[in-house]
Ligand binder design. Structure first.
Ligand SMILES: NC(=O)c1ccc[n+]([C@@H]2O[C@H](COP(=O)([O-])OP(=O)(O)OC[C@H]3O[C@@H](n4cnc5c(N)ncnc54)[C@H](O)[C@@H]3O)[C@@H](O)[C@H]2O)c1
Length: 262
């Protein structure tokens, strides 16, 4: 991918959220025409307006193929569509695998969580990759880049995170396979696995959880910030040999054996 991005466009799913929002802004600063993809139409339009430039909001859910295709068309109308970042998700409030009272985890809750955190990002990835295939390759043979968002929970899931951890482990697991699938068409796939990053979703968490999270970070001893996530997106963009990897962004966090369960 070339080091100047004018004339290029990008699709950011969850693009009005904390990590997605910082990414959308960064990509716009780099010269991309950004398509912000989010379920809420008013929110997505306001956010795209805030970014300014050639940004546009497309309302839709990342589990909905028709909506994703609308977002991809909007990106293609605005430039050489060659970057897709998936940073959608919701705050987690899930049950335990089973309770002491003998109540098992609701399977529908598990399915919904995996649908949102794994199937959705794969859906956007596969449709974006298919669109990238038609691009003229750059001087390095590249036609596009896909970045998904895993989590340290892919490896260090807390109590009540079975479905979330399974989804995020799925993101990490599919990244290398996707990179190898897409090598033939010159498309890279990487993922970022954040630890605790300060976004609206964390701001809403109870203080006990926030304090426990910081306590587990080695250095720098603070929350990460969304701009650091955006910087890693930019580094992935500017480093063509980086492919098929999931990189932790977590201040060398270690997760204790105890849990955040209430
Ligand atoms: N913030 C953290 O500390 C942290 C840590 C690890 C992983 N993550 C992951 O990063 C991603 C983004 O998290 P965040 O902290 O920016 O959260 P956020 O809540 O600030 O942003 C997520 C965005 O996704 C959007 N969204 C929800 N459902 C969607 C759907 N079906 N289709 C499209 N968009 C949808 C929301 O409207 C929201 O704007 C999530 O997948 C989350 O699991 C975050």
């Amino acid at each position: 991918m070339s080091s100047t991005f004018g004339g290029c466009s990008a699709l950011v799913s969850g693009g009005a959220g904390g990590l997605g929002g910082a990414t959308a802004r960064r990509l716009a600063e780099l010269g991309f025409a950004v398509v912000v993809f989010e379920p809420d139409s008013a929110r997505v339009e306001n956010f795209a307006r805030e970014i300014g430039g050639n940004a546009v909001g497309v309302a839709g859910d990342h589990t909905d193929e028709a909506a994703i295709c609308r977002a991809i068309e909007a990106a293609q109308e605005r430039g050489r569509f060659c970057v897709n970042v998936n940073a959608a998700g919701v705050a987690i409030d899930a049950p335990a695998t089973a309770t002491a009272e003998g109540v098992p985890h609701d399977m529908q809750v598990f399915r919904d969580m995996v649908e949102l955190h794994l199937f959705g990002p794969f859906n956007v990835s596969r449709l974006s990759a298919a669109a990238f295939a038609a691009n003229e390759p750059d001087e390095d043979g590249q036609r596009g880049l896909i970045i998904n968002t895993a989590s340290t929970a892919a490896w260090d899931g807390q109590a009540r995170q079975a479905a979330y951890s399974a989804s995020k482990a799925g993101i990490a697991g599919m990244t290398t396979a996707m990179a190898r699938d897409l090598a033939e068409i010159g498309v890279r796939a990487n993922s970022i696995a954040p630890g605790p990053i300060w976004t609206p979703r964390l701001a809403g968490a109870p203080d006990a959880i926030k304090n426990a999270l910081i306590a587990n970070v080695a250095f720098p001893k603070r929350f990460g910030n969304a701009e650091e996530y955006a910087s890693l997106v930019e580094a992935m963009l500017r480093t063509p040999f980086l492919n098929g990897q999931t990189i932790r962004l977590d201040g060398a966090m270690s997760t204790p054996l105890t849990s955040f369960a209430r």
